[in-house]
Design a protein around this ligand. Sequence first.
Ligand SMILES: Nc1ncnc2c1ncn2[C@@H]1O[C@H](COP(=O)(O)OP(=O)(O)OP(=O)(O)O)[C@@H](O)[C@H]1O
Ligand SMILES: [Mg+2]
Length: 311
Amino acid sequence: MNFETETDAAIQNVKKIWAIGGGKGGVGKSLVSANVAICLALMGNKVVAVDLDLGGANLHTCLGLPIPTMTLSDYISKKVTNFEDLLVSTPIHNLKIISGAQDELGMANLKHMHKNQIIRKLHELDADYILFDLGAGTAFNTIDFFITADKGILVVLPEPTSIENTYRFIKSVFYRRLKMIDGIADLEPLIEEAMKSKITASGGSTSPSDLIKKICEINPDVGLKVKNEMGHFRPNLIINQVRSQADIDIGYSIQSICRKYFGIEMTFPGYLDYDQSVWQSVRKRKPLLIEYPNSKLVNNFDRIVNRLVES
Ligand SMILES: Nc1ncnc2c1ncn2[C@@H]1O[C@H](COP(=O)(O)OP(=O)(O)OP(=O)(O)O)[C@@H](O)[C@H]1O
Ligand SMILES: [Mg+2]
């Protein structure tokens, strides 16, 4: 692994926020968050990994830490008033974490005010990279955390249920971003109609990309804003638990469907092999990259992180 070179963020002191989501539970979001965080820290960056899986927090386990005593729910309940007090050191130099709630708080129940406050505090943290490990599902709050990040990373398993949930997640992000655009309110019925369309390889009846064309015809000013906004929406795809070339190729077909159906470009920085060392490291409560430095996944992560840093 090449940890010699300092990445752009460390050199230019520009904070980067990456969110790791994917719609479905158990696809490897926390595994990716933990190990991408380790890679970035070993490259010399100051990293904070934040467990935003409120209610099902387990990022600490992937990093080999016990359940932290202070979590985001202590901040929300005002037991902790200084946000920085939530930062917990890890055995890895440069890497700290903020743990999610252990109670039944749930992302869906996080009040708007609390969410905005947490987003603001997270953006103010002193770090080169801040990683959001999101929970499963497409709750508004999860989507909003994803949208506020500079880079969105989607973890997908090469199986139909995970792929479907990924499209559902992208669709939710697409419409959430659309609805935030100034002047879009008049076009609400058109959006609602398109939201119901089915995702197919040929593009569907009123696909999101058709919707953008229609918006441009009806109101070219708003259409331009929509095109600009969606031009910036460039999620990154990681296919996890790969066992064959066919599994890897799923990444390319997701890219192509997203281009046709959503009219958006996805980046495919790489895949992660299925590897027994993952559950062995989870069982040992040790970070994978540290405990199994010779596993296939080390090379996988190295390639993915380098591509993400460069893009
Ligand atoms: N590449 C892999 N090879 C083998 N097993 C894997 C791999 N990736 C993930 N797993 C297994 O899948 C389990 C779930 O991973 P993880 O907890 O990272 O998923 P998650 O998406 O964060 O789940 P949740 O939605 O519950 O937060 C891991 O404990 C591990 O056993
Ligand atoms: Mg998780």
